[in-house]
Structures are given as C-alpha cells and as structure tokens.
Design a protein around this ligand. Structure first.
Ligand SMILES: NC(=O)c1ccc[n+]([C@@H]2O[C@H](COP(=O)([O-])OP(=O)(O)OC[C@H]3O[C@@H](n4cnc5c(N)ncnc54)[C@H](OP(=O)(O)O)[C@@H]3O)[C@@H](O)[C@H]2O)c1
Length: 247
C-alpha cells in the first residue's frame, strides 16, 4: 500500500520504523520540510504527524497532489476531524493516537473515525505495530491522548522521582537511575501480559513486605488525585489546542 507520511519527527519516525520492522509499509513516502510536498499518484493514505500548530501550513501544499480518494489519518493531538475534512475536502478522516513504542511494534493506539473504511485502513496501518483500541466518539481521543499518548512521560517522571528518592537513601545517582529505569522496564514487561493491574501489583506486594509498605505510604499522597490532575490537564490542553477553549 502506498502511504505518504507528512512529518518525520519523534512520532512520525517511530511510525515509519514500526512499519519497516513489521513490513506493514516497507517504503512510505516521507515528506519533510526538506523535500517537495508531493504525494505519489497512488497514495491511499496520508498520515499527518506534524505538530498541531503547524498542520495547516504543512497540509496546504500537499493538497494539490493528494488523490481525491486518499484517506487522511491524523495522529495529531487536539486537531478535530471536521477541521481536517474542511482543509482536505472529500477525503475520509481517521484519528489515531499512538505511543512512540510503535517503533518496536509494541505501541498502543486509540482509533476513531465515523467512516467505516477509514477506520479499517487505520487498523490495517496500526494493528501490526500497536494494541489498537477503538473509540466510539471523537472527543474520547483527548482522553486517550492523556491516558496513553502523554502517559509514558508521566511514568518517566515517576521513575525520576523514585531515582531521586533512591539517592536520598544512599544510592549514587547513576545506580539510582539505572535501577529506576530497570524497574520501569520490568513494570512494562508485566503490562505486556494479560494479567490485570491488580494481579500485577499483588504479585510483587506480599502482605507485610517492603512493597506493601511503599504502596501504603503512597496512599498518604493520594496517587488517584495526582493521576486525575495529570489526565485532566492533558485533556484540557488537547481541547485548548483544538480551539474549544482558550489556551
Ligand atoms: N511524541 C509523541 O509521543 C506523540 C504521541 C502522540 C501523538 N503525538 C502527535 O504527533 C505529532 C508530532 O509530534 P512529535 O512529537 O513527533 O513532534 P516533532 O518531533 O516536533 O515532529 C514534528 C515534525 O513535523 C515536521 N514538520 C513541521 N512542518 C512541516 C512541514 N511543513 N512539512 C513536513 N514536515 C513538517 C517537523 O520538522 P522540523 O523539525 O523541520 O520542524 C518535525 O520533524 C503531534 O501532533 C503530536 O500531537 C506525538
């Protein structure tokens, strides 16, 4: 399938890498600022992976060569399908919210479209590189952005805090960071299984043990409130980017 990828930054390059790794799209046409914005005539999908603030300027010059029956797949946070449809008239639109682990074919990606064929095409492109989650309403993409697209950074921030705390109880910075990163990798491999999150916690936290003591201490700081604050702020930012609310 001929796919044109507009934008080759952190996410765009991760998507291209995952496609190459899995053979999904071995040779996508990659449009960057450095190459003329020309789509091959047999382009079936235009995947837009530029920053939300840059998309109108990036899409305008591509329009002249984008086939009328191509599907537009946006991985941008906070850009509404209606705005994409208005800028790219006649093309069906799907929105996908992936994580950069698509590069290793281990991402997660929320998918929404009100067009059945566009949704199917989004699945064809992202099922090989991600655990794909279908959404019923476009507005839920903002929630998926917060809970998945942005969330790896929230876990890194927690790992940083744990490493810092490790330094305070005597570890060197290097040892603490390596241990915290290793813990994050271990948590990630557990998350890759089918066990529930409760089971994964129970496997490590034996009653009366060290992990249970740490989890009990975390309760004093209301982890639910911290998660809620991060998710709500990310959702609010996605809405502001879309122009629903003041930024
Ligand atoms: N990073 C993530 O984990 C993640 C997760 C979910 C969704 N997203 C979404 O993915 C999109 C891209 O994010 P990112 O983190 O990959 O940003 P990024 O690293 O800044 O990449 C954006 C890319 O778009 C390029 N670009 C800008 N204008 C262009 C144009 N006119 N023609 C062609 N390319 C152009 C930029 O090139 P220059 O460097 O030359 O400006 C840059 O390489 C965003 O909309 C974001 O909401 C990202």
């Amino acid at each position: 399938m001929q796919v044109t990828l507009l934008g080759h930054g952190r996410l765009g390059s991760a998507i291209a890498e995952g496609w190459r790794l899995t053979g999904t799209v071995p040779c996508p046409t990659v449009l960057t600022r450095a190459v003329p914005p020309v789509c091959p005539p047999d382009t079936r999908a235009l995947v837009i992976a530029v920053k939300p603030a840059a998309w109108r300027g990036a899409v305008a010059p591509v329009l002249a060569t984008l086939p009328a029956d191509a599907t537009v797949i946006s991985v941008m946070a906070g850009v509404r399908a209606a705005d994409l449809s208005a800028a790219l008239p006649g093309r069906a639109v799907a929105r996908v919210m992936p994580t950069t682990a698509v590069a290793q074919a281990q991402g997660v990606a929320a998918i929404w479209s009100d067009d059945t064929a566009a949704r199917a095409l989004a699945h064809a492109l992202f099922d090989p590189v991600a655990d794909t989650v279908d959404l019923d309403e476009e507005s839920l993409i903002d929630a998926a952005t917060a809970v998945a697209g942005s969330a790896p950074a929230f876990f890194y921030a927690l790992a940083q805090a744990l490493a810092q705390a490790g330094v305070e109880v005597g570890l060197t910075l290097d040892a603490a960071e390596r241990l915290a990163r290793g813990a994050l990798r271990s948590a990630g491999s557990g998350a890759g299984t089918h066990a529930s999150l409760d089971d994964l916690i129970a496997r490590i936290a034996s009653p009366g043990g060290t992990t249970r003591a740490g989890l009990d201490a975390l309760k004093d700081f209301d982890l639910d409130a911290a998660g809620r604050a991060a998710v709500q702020a990310a959702v609010a930012r996605a809405r502001a980017l879309a122009g629903d609310q003041p930024a």
